[in-house]
Design a binder for this molecule. Sequence first.
Ligand SMILES: [Zn+2]
Length: 484
Amino acid sequence: MRKITFAILLSLLIVLPVVPLTGCGNSGSRTTYEINCEFDGERVSGTETVSFFNSTDNSFKELKFNLFANAFRKGAKYSPISAQYYHQAYKWGDSFGGMEISYVKAGGEPVEFTVGGEDMNILSVPLKKEVFPDERATVEIGFTTDIAKVVARTGINGDTVNLANFYPILCGIENGCFYECVYYANGDPFFSDTADYTVNFTRDKKYFAAASGKKVREKTDGEKIVSGYEIENARSFAFVLSDKFQIMKGRSGDTEILYYYYSDGTPDKSLSAAKQALDFFGDKWGEYPYETYSVVQTPFVQGGMEFTALTYIGADLESAAYKEVIIHETAHQWWQTVVGNNEIKHPFIDEGLAEYSVVLFYETHPDYGFTRGSLIKSAEQTYKLYCSVYDKIAGAVDTTMTRALPDYTSEYEYVNIAYVKACIMFDYLRQTAGDAKFFAGLKTFYRENAYKIATPESLVGAFERAGANSNGFFESFFDGKVII
Ligand SMILES: [Zn+2]
């Protein structure tokens, strides 16, 4: 996600060679989703068949799925929208959605499933047969997801239909257990492993559909249109629908860029920012791995939002911020999609790296009008102001970084720690270690964690091996002792 905090930067970069990724598995050893569903104007209903591949050393007697869209139901304990944005998001008044699971089969037989967890957010599916390491377990789920009228990741608004998290998604696995995500309003409360998706999606033919994944087939059936999509090694799958979309296409290497917009006076410039970002980050970290990349203008109250091969760009942003969000969300394709992290526990990893990637982008694209020095100075000022405000209000300021979403007391605090302080941390590390070691460390981190889940320990380890984490650099930031 991209919160609007500061306009974002310059110097000579050492360009290191791009190393091809290894160890990301092949399609025979990944979980697969086959989703067949239809949007009828108010809800998405259909089935999904999930073939879970157990790549862990543990065995499982049940599978657990996050039902993120259930956070939009009436009576939910956790609101998906923070108090700061509530009225902006629910501008048409209260509206509710939710998910219903109609049946579940495991190994082809109906099973007694439960919907529970802390906030009716978890579907538990008992397996007929325990699934051991390197084995598969296949379940079929019937679901209906009601879409609330709200400007959110999942919601119908006046211009588009945002369809993220519309299907049950396997919980990410941490320490051999499925990790249950509650829908915290601050940050992106998501954590999932990568999988291969085949999605067949039916809707009224008036809707253009932006999708994660490449469209591989399409047919019109009366007033409906059915499109089929495929994508491998994706961490999520999302759609945005609109009858207003115009589409502008571009390319970055082998990737087709699709820019969906309905109100943009200079769509060529927006598309160009996406192309430059894909080109730049591809050169910097490693080739963008998907065949398509959809950049979608859509109403969204928190700037932008990343999904695999698809990003939301908030339609209300002014021109410079709009491009900055395109660059930030594009960086998330490397930091969040390819290199995953538990975004509830360690949000600073993907947000800090996406934010610092924006600094690097501007540093090498001076025509955008920012310098590295001005951006870091702006970040420092933003952060110092936050510290003094919190000091006055609360009597003390908590500047620790390795804390989870529920440990942040406000969105303001979250943004200043997970985005601003993390961005400053990466620049200070670069200043301390020098460009060669810094970029070697970051490339090592990317290569070692591609299609996996990175942790603060793996981040520190990668830079240590590159000789860049001297004198407990990271620890002083993580524990809040460093003075900025
Ligand atoms: Zn972000």
